[in-house]
Design a protein around this ligand. Structure first.
Ligand code: FEO
Length: 394
């Protein structure tokens, strides 16, 4: 994508990665992504805000050349992760007069990872400013979005917030600004669920910190920009502050049909009570969809057969992820089956220490479920509905 003007002398110069389908060798990217970088020209100085993933360095350099950029004074690194900062050695080599602007923690990470000498950096404190002449960059430290060194850059005169990962979405699009709000909401929610949710408390503090800034445009470094910032600000407030909904998330695996039968029965029972259930067969599901469902779920019920005395390994993987993502669920349980014995429930419960959940009585059946097992599932459905009512979620 060629450079595109956002406002006079402010350009999008990053790259669109239409074909990427996996991030961190873990996170599915069904809609690709982008590595947004921005050039801001002031009357005296020029700044580049964020760079691109190293395979896209040529796109960045071509864009800067097309704009006739001969000298860059400041290259702002809002975040040290390589999809934004991995091009640091190349851009500093091409623009040797530039200073790398970042937090002190970011400098340490970049020096450790890319061997950039300390003298190439200009460390900025929280709310420090740099003048470009008629434009002013203000750096606001926003730690743990989602690494410890993160900051955002506020262009004061133009009221543009360059937020890097904060408010980002893995969405490849030719649109500079959000045009399809539903699509943008889903992509941003997926990004929040997979990356930001474990840092919900930090995100709350950072949202509060940004409340004092008048923002006309939010320009993240993934996905389209927002010229109606309220859309994404309200979405984030909903995700980090609000109580969970009257929702059960039910990830499961079934090898020979017994666990699936229990899952189907419980889903029916909960549905009849007006509880929304989101069921995921982990053998085939997109874990990003599961992560998104966890954003608002009040209860997690894990379905597993017993394999080698414990939960199915894929269920253990899902439980590990759920524990790492720290969703705001309040209740959890386990259903499933076994052939002759095992400790699936104990092992799964031990895998969820980060979740501040009340464990509801699990239901495990021997072989295929029988009347006594269906009755136990009915009791579990009753218990979930009652807990949701007591928590004021219904
Ligand atoms: Fe888009 Fe945390 O990097």
């Amino acid at each position: 994508m060629k450079p595109r003007e956002i406002k006079k002398d402010i350009y999008a110069v990053g790259a669109i990665d239409w074909d990427r389908r996996l991030f961190d060798s873990l996170i599915p990217l069904p809609d690709g992504t982008s590595y947004n970088a921005f050039l801001v020209k002031g009357s005296q100085k020029t700044a580049l805000i964020d760079t691109v993933d190293p395979p896209f360095e040529d796109v960045l350099f071509n864009n800067l050349e097309q704009l006739g950029v001969k000298k860059i004074d400041y290259i702002v690194f809002n975040h040290a992760e390589p999809d934004h900062s991995g091009a640091i050695a190349a851009v500093l080599a091409k623009y040797p007069e530039a200073k790398a602007v970042c937090t002190s923690k970011c400098q340490t990470i970049l020096t450790d990872r890319f061997m950039i000498p300390v003298e190439k950096f200009k460390i900025v404190e929280d709310k420090e400013t740099i003048s470009l002449g008629d434009r002013t960059l203000e750096f606001v430290h926003t730690p743990w979005v989602h690494w410890p060194e993160t900051m955002v850059t506020y262009l004061q005169e133009d009221k543009i917030l360059f937020s890097c990962d904060f408010f980002g979405s893995h969405l490849a699009t030719t649109d500079l600004f959000v045009t399809d709000e539903c699509q943008a909401h889903e992509a941003a929610m997926r990004f929040y669920a997979e990356i930001m949710m474990p840092f919900r408390t930090n995100i709350q503090k950072n949202l509060e910190k940004l409340e004092g800034y008048a923002v006309d445009i939010i320009a993240p470094s993934h996905g389209p920009m927002y010229n109606k910032p309220k859309i994404i600000l309200e979405a984030y407030k909903n995700w980090v502050y609000d109580e969970p909904g009257n929702i059960v998330v039910l990830p499961y695996i079934s090898m020979h049909g017994s666990t699936r039968e229990m899952v189907s029965y419980l889903v029916e029972a909960l549905s009849r009570k007006g509880v929304t259930v989101k069921q995921f067969d982990i053998a085939v599901t997109d874990i990003g969809k599961l992560a998104m469902a966890l954003v608002d779920a009040a209860t997690i019920v894990i379905g597993t057969p017993t394999v080698l005395t414990g939960p199915h390994p894929n269920v253990a993987h899902a439980a590990f992820l759920a524990n790492a993502l720290r969703p705001k669920a309040k209740f959890a349980s386990v259903i499933g089956s076994f052939g002759w014995g095992g400790k699936a429930v104990e092992q799964l419960a031990a895998m969820l220490p980060n979740l501040k959940v009340e464990i509801l009585d699990p239901v495990l059946c021997k072989g295929f479920p029988k009347e006594v097992d269906y009755q136990a599932l009915d009791r579990l459905a009753d218990g979930i509905e009652q807990k949701h009512r007591e928590a004021g979620l219904v």
